[in-house]
Write a protein that binds this ligand. Structure first.
Ligand SMILES: Cc1cc2nc3c(=O)[nH]c(=O)nc-3n(C[C@H](O)[C@H](O)[C@H](O)COP(=O)(O)O)c2cc1C
Length: 238
């Protein structure tokens, strides 16, 4: 018997992994970064074979890591975690530098960065684990606290997308039907079926012009999920 709740008790940080190949830049959010040795400092990261950035890392033999701070913006997470470098230029509107290994490093919302040279690749079927030797790194902000995976879930009310090794599907208990709902019930929350973002009418989505207290039904049809960008029709009542 496996109790799935055990998986939620494992802790992680939240990072941006960056890559460069053939003049193009890629990057994605990962929670699976870990220091694996100390005498030569090495880091591992587990990357989906579906990620555009994974091919870049495999071909170039290099990756960089930005350690995100706890008040990282939803926009940055959405940009790097829910869109593909195949379709968008993720570096267009964010602060970054080019590290000595010629790979970009996201400095926005970051505490520190690490530069790695790939030494080993472990094929995990759906994912590749890269083990890289640390070749450089700098602190950006030694006052801020790193974002934890738990904090990410609490703050953004979102789950991890399919490519994340810790993806758990999007099964949520079904909603009360309208006939079951009592007039005194608070307005219903809605969940994005693509990324798991939860729209809570009590909080609204002020960053995107939706005032606290707005029922989901009253949001304009032009509104899109602030996390992954899909429309209202991809939401379901929870
Ligand atoms: C919180 C969070 C954690 C994630 N962790 C990983 C991870 O460890 N490995 C991975 O391959 N993808 C992970 N992802 C998914 C990638 O960030 C996502 O698939 C991204 O769009 C891939 O971008 P790319 O195609 O430009 O490389 C995670 C996403 C989020 C939001």
């Amino acid at each position: 018997m496996i109790d799935i709740n055990v998986l939620n008790a494992v802790t992680y940080g939240v990072y941006v992994i960056t890559a460069a190949n053939n003049g193009k830049y890629g990057g994605f959010i990962a929670n699976t970064v870990m220091q694996v040795t100390a005498d030569t400092v090495k880091f591992s990261v587990v990357c989906s074979k579906n990620n555009a950035s994974t091919t870049m890392i495999a071909e170039s033999g290099k990756f960089n890591v930005s350690i995100l701070h706890s008040y990282t913006s939803q926009t940055l997470i959405s940009n790097f975690g829910y869109h593909s470098s195949r379709e968008v230029n993720k570096f267009e509107n964010i602060k970054y530098i080019i590290a000595p290994n010629d790979v970009p490093v996201v400095t926005e919302d970051s505490i520190a960065w690490i530069e790695c040279e790939v030494e080993e690749q472990v094929d995990l079927c759906s994912h590749i684990m890269f083990i890289g030797k640390m070749t450089g790194g700098e602190m950006i902000n030694d006052k801020a606290k790193p974002m934890t995976y738990d904090y990410y879930h609490d703050t953004f009310k979102a789950k991890s997308p399919k490519n994340a090794p810790t993806y758990q599907g999007n099964d949520t208990p079904s909603a009360k039907s309208d006939s079951q709902a009592k007039p005194s019930d608070p307005p219903a929350k809605y969940e994005c079926t693509v990324c798991g973002y939860i729209y809570d009418p009590l909080q609204g989505d002020p960053d995107n012009g939706i005032a606290p207290g707005t029922r989901f039904e009253d949001i304009p049809d032009t509104w899109t999920c602030p996390m992954c960008g899909v429309g209202k029709s991809d939401f379901r009542k929870i």
